[in-house]
Write a protein that binds this ligand. Structure first.
Ligand SMILES: Cc1cc2nc3c(=O)[nH]c(=O)nc-3n(C[C@H](O)[C@H](O)[C@H](O)COP(=O)(O)OP(=O)(O)OC[C@H]3O[C@@H](n4cnc5c(N)ncnc54)[C@H](O)[C@@H]3O)c2cc1C
Length: 374
């Protein structure tokens, strides 16, 4: 097992307004069932989804990653809210730490269990703890991300324990009445009534909900220690340079503003990121062609894209459309990448990369940043 996070390479489709149906709270875009009267997206102060006391529950369960939820986990919580009627409360059970507010995803109650971190392999413990919550709340529907980071496995374990628990996996479309999975593109492979347990495919739900949940944090459940049948041998570091860019969750990418390839390689190793490049940097012979990102190169979907000495030409930006956070280093504050980036440091690439390597290494040596973490 590796602690280098990868994107699920089997993600065969992405639901967009122009392609497959993308689910938003209140309706299914492209027609379909209306599940509520919520049409006020992007309002500043978003209203509570419901003020009614919960008669029953929906539960979303997902692992966090270093205190944050990835997009897929966020979708699972939003999905549980989307299919909830006003008298249904949404409980989000987060396995691992959580350092962000998830009420905007529709969570009314939040149970965080830091001990069940995804970095540790403890399937029986997870199963027992989550089962105790299922027993306590008896949720009408449970939604989990169908991933290979522990949630997909845990979901299947839970379902297998119950003969009477109907489940659907790889769900790419859902509403209050049905779920569907897709074969490819827009061909529906199977459609079935909404089962109790939904394992959700990634890229299915728009998490920008027009309303919020109550966001009340509940104490974690008490649980007795459980002896695992499996022994956790720990995580094994994988050489990040070997990861395909399409799968990489963190990419450090060089443009023609990067003079020293060794420095960017060192930075990528220090940060645990894969290395990409602009077309000009590739044309200059600094990187092989398979590292090129952009219109005539690879399209990447990393959570974090670190663009160093890259101007941000439209052809390059085309390849990073799906990246969640873009950080840039550029000496030109007017470069187009600055508009795309969430954070830009204006300065010399070589100098800043060296400073970053030194700072991260120092922080590691002083135990501020654990080995293997960014
Ligand atoms: C049909 C077509 C397809 C294309 N496909 C792609 C593609 O797939 N991918 C791609 O990337 N491009 C592609 N291009 C090329 C694209 O238009 C740009 O030319 C290219 O992306 C620019 O690369 P760059 O940003 O590395 O270089 P430049 O445009 O030269 O930009 C370098 C940047 O680095 C900054 N810089 C310079 N020195 C430093 C320093 N010391 N410290 C910090 N910053 C510094 C500069 O301010 C500048 O912003 C394509 C073009 C065409 C016409």
């Amino acid at each position: 097992m590796s602690d280098v996070k990868r994107i699920d390479p089997r993600r065969p489709y992405r639901i967009s307004p122009s392609g497959l149906r993308r689910i938003v709270l209140g309706e299914i875009a492209g027609g379909g069932l209306h599940v509520g009267a919520f049409a006020r997206a992007n309002e500043k102060a978003r209203p509570r989804r419901t003020s009614e006391p919960a008669k029953t529950w929906h539960m979303a369960i997902a692992h966090s990653n270093r205190g944050k939820l990835d997009d897929h986990a966020r979708e699972a919580i939003a999905a549980a809210a989307i299919i909830a009627t006003p008298e249904v409360g949404v409980i989000a059970v987060i396995l691992g730490e959580l350092h962000e507010d998830i009420a905007p995803l529709g969570a009314d109650r939040i149970i965080v269990i830091p001990e069940l971190d995804a970095a540790r392999f403890q399937p029986q413990r997870e199963e027992a703890v989550v089962q105790s919550l299922l027993d306590k709340y008896q949720p009408a529907h449970v939604v989990m991300p169908d991933n290979m980071l522990g949630d997909g496995d845990l979901g299947r374990r839970l379902v297998a324990k119950h003969d009477d628990m109907k489940a659907a996996t790889h769900v790419a479309e859902l509403d209050r009445h049905h779920v569907a999975i897709y074969w490819s593109g827009s061909s529906v492979l199977a459609k079935t009534p909404l089962p109790r347990f939904v394992l959700l495919a990634p890229g299915t739900i728009d998490t920008d909900l027009p309303l919020v949940g109550a966001g009340e944090r509940l104490p974690p459940p008490h649980f007795a220690s459980i002896t695992e049948v499996c022994r956790d041998l720990g995580l094994e570091q994988t050489e990040t340079s070997g990861i395909a860019l399409e799968e990489a969750d963190f990419i450090v990418s060089a443009g023609s503003g990067v003079r020293n390839v060794d420095t960017i390689d060192m930075l990528a190793r220090t940060l645990g990121a894969a290395v990409g490049a602009s077309r000009v940097a590739v044309d200059e012979g600094k990187f092989p062609r398979d590292k090129q990102i952009g219109a005539s190169g690879k399209t990447v979907n990393a959570t974090t894209y670190f663009a160093i000495g890259i101007s941000g030409a439209v052809q390059h930006l085309q390849g990073i459309k799906g990246c969640r956070h873009v950080i840039a280093i550029n000496r030109d504050a007017g470069a187009p990448i600055v508009k795309r980036a969430d954070l830009t440091v204006i300065g010399d690439a070589e100098e800043l990369m060296q400073a970053l390597i030194t700072r991260v290494s120092q922080a590691r040596n002083q135990g501020e940043v654990p080995e293997g973490e960014r």
